[in-house]
Every structure is written in structure tokens, then in C-alpha cells.
Design a protein around this ligand. Sequence first.
Ligand code: AMP
Ligand code: ZN
Length: 462
Amino acid sequence: MELKIYNSLTRQKQALKPINNTVNYYFCGPTVYWFQHIGNMRAFFVMDSVRRAVKYLGYHINHVMNITDVGHMTSDADEGEDKMEVASKREHKTPEEIAKFYWDLCYRDMKDLNIETPEHICPATSVIDDIIAFVQQILDNGYGYITENGVYYDTSKCPNYGALGGMNQNEKQFGARIEVDEFKRNPADFVLWVKAKDNHIQRWNSPWGVGYPGWHIECSAIGNKFLGEHIDLHGGGVEHKTVHHENEIAQNYAKCGHQVVDIWFHLEHLMFNGGKMSKSTGGIYTLTQIKEKGFSPMDLRYFYLTAHYSKPQNFTFEALNNAKESLNNLKKLLIKHKNGQNAIEKAKIDELKNKFASFVADDVNSPLALSVVWDALKNHPDSVDIYNLVLDFDRFLGLKLSEVKEEKEIIPENIIAIAEKRKQARLNKDYAESDKLRDEISALGYTILDKPKNEYEIIKSK
Ligand code: AMP
Ligand code: ZN
């Protein structure tokens, strides 16, 4: 089935048209200067949902995610200080140590949330040569200029600059966001390579002096390195629409002379206390804190699944608790089906399968896909066919449903003690005592089943 995604650039749903059935997929990764909170994790959950949708519908995937470990200023529009440098001073560590520490934590949380690892994960600092070559091409093709501060992109040269964010370059927003820079030709121009001040820690040699890359160039260079000049699908947080992705489009156009990305998609934010969950405004939770409050990563994943990626999702503990309860109920029904003796007609299974796939194919609609799971589990007689069907759905859901086990009855210790005494009596061939102890266990609501070699099993009496 064909996957359609809402393209933020054309503002309509568009079918993927991959070459050789392999979807080239790029998603903007984390800036590794601080803990990633569950808002950030919603972004990576969406990255994973789209990846799983692609695979569920039968395409192959080549997925790239960058790690920003240099050049991302405290404002996305190149203002302020480099976030890595800020963290470095705060924690008295090198930028490399900061990057490793926070990336390791981020990756651990991704694994906990059952987020599949992209085929390529690439830190910006590992591809400085590629970035320099990309900037050089932009200059050679006449889209950049050199100033005392570094190398800039000339947005007046780029046709349709601003189309993604729905602005044109003369609009005030750009000027308002960007620090007055006397060397810039147009307010929307952005930096490709920054000449490093004396105290800047991260620095590399370049044809334009010692410095470091601007933030936006890494995604163009990394996308180009691993995916070439055709990217089927490119995603990221909605705040990237107006600056970061706009600039990526411009950079790609300057180097390749054509649009590189077919479909741009953007996820809306996780909200908390009336605003976006964010490091700068406070009020954040990390996955570790969520676990400390008694929730599992799969509870959080179920919670994420209940909202469409293109809508903001409000985080409350009540909502997370509802998700936890729903997931528990889902697991109980699943186990009933696992042990079910009924057969379900193939036509019915196919109908449910088709419905599920059509919701996945229609802009990755996870809430509607979940509704088919409930329909399958609740409205059919207990059957292993339904169990197998829901495990197939889990290739998209990612809830680790194949690991769900029947909860073993916990047998109280006093019952085990009587059973052990009885075992001893049987070994001593004291059958009267053994029968008496069996009755004692029965009276307490348990049944003892004898097994070969004097072993036994205790079950709760029905
Ligand atoms: P950062 O590490 O700040 O670059 O953010 C990593 C990813 O998390 C980006 O794709 C952001 O768009 C995304 N993000 C940040 N805050 C939220 C939020 N509250 N809800 C959803 N995504 C977010
Ligand atoms: Zn990016």
C-alpha cells in the first residue's frame, strides 16, 4: 500500500515515490548539550513511527539522523552563544565529553522507547571536511559571500526562499529574529561558516580561516553524504519549518540546482502547563523521571500513539495513567487471544489488516490504527489468529507485544512451606501425613499437582 504524508511545503498529502522501493529518509536529530526531555522524545517517537510506517507498508528504508555537536546557537537563527560551548563552561568538560555524555543518555532513552536505530547516525563534527566542501560549492555556484565574520548564504539568490515557512525574505520576522549584522546583505541571510573568536573551543581550519560550521549546513552535508541528491522524506519539529529547514532547502538548491527533498513533514510539540515542553521555559520531565514515577517506557509510547503527529499533544500524568491502564487492558486481552481456541475467517483477518494498513498509509494515523487494534481484540472470539494479527500490527506500534507474558500466579510462602513438608512426607512414605497436608493446602484455596520424581506444581484452585 502506498504511504501518503502531508507535505508541509506543498500543503497537501503526497504519496512517496521512492527509487527502487527504498525510501531515503532524513530526520533532524538532537543537539547533545543537555538532557533530552519527553518532548524531544516525542520527536524521536514520531521519527520512529514514520520509519515503521514505511517498513510496515513494504518499502525498504535508508534512514539518516544527525547529531548536532557544534554550531547550534542558543537561538535557531544564529544568535547568541553556541550551545555546546555554554554546556562546556557550565559543566567544566570539553565539548566532546559533553556530546558523548548527553548522546549516550539520549540513545539509551531511544532504546528504552523501542525506537529503531537509523541506518546512519552522524555527528556533525565527524564530517567537517564534507561540510567545508559543501560550503565551497555554494560559494562556487554564486550563492554565498565571505565577510569578516565568516561565510554567509545570500538568500536573495534563492528562488522561493521562505516558501516552506510561508514567508518571503522581506518580511519583518527575519529581520526581527536576527542580530543586526552589518556584513549581511539581506536580513534573512544565514551563516554557513563562522570565524571563531579567540575563546571559542571548537575550531577547524578552513579556506575561510579557523572556525566552525553554522548549524543549518550540517543537515544538508550529512543528507548529501549518505542519501545523495534525492531524499524522499525529511522530518523534524515544527519549529524547524521557518528557519532551519528553509535554510536546508536553500543550501541544497545552491549545491544541486534542484529540490532535493520530495516531502517535508513536521511534528507538533508536546505541551505542558499551557506551553511547549522546553528546556528554556522549564517544566520538563525526562524518561528517567517518568520511570521513577512508576511508568514504563511502553506506557509513554502508548500515550504518544494516542495523538496524531501533526497535532500538539498535551502531557498530564492523568493522561499518562490512562495510557498505562489502556496498555494493561490491551495486554490482558492479548493473552486471552493467545490461549483462545476459536478460528477466525481469513477474510475477517484480511479486512482488519487492510483497515489498519490504510490508517497507517494515510499520513501515519496512529490513533486510528490503535482503534483497529481494539476492534480486533474486543469484538472477536478468543483466537490465536487475532493474537498473531496484533503482533503483526506491533511492527508499526512498537509496543513490544510479543514479550507480553501471562502473569504467573505468585504462590504465598506459607503454601510453599506446607507443600515442601508434604514432599518430605511422601519421600518418607508417610502417605497419611501427605494427604493431610494436601487437604490443608486445598482448604487455603490452592491445588497441588504431583509431577514425576517427587516434583510438584501449585495452582490457585478455580
Ligand atoms: P534539540 O535537542 O533541542 O535540537 O531538540 C531535538 C528535537 O526535539 C527537535 O526535533 C525538536 O523539534 C524536538 N522538540 C523539542 N521540544 C519538543 C516538544 N516539546 N515536543 C516535541 N518535540 C520537541
Ligand atoms: Zn536538521
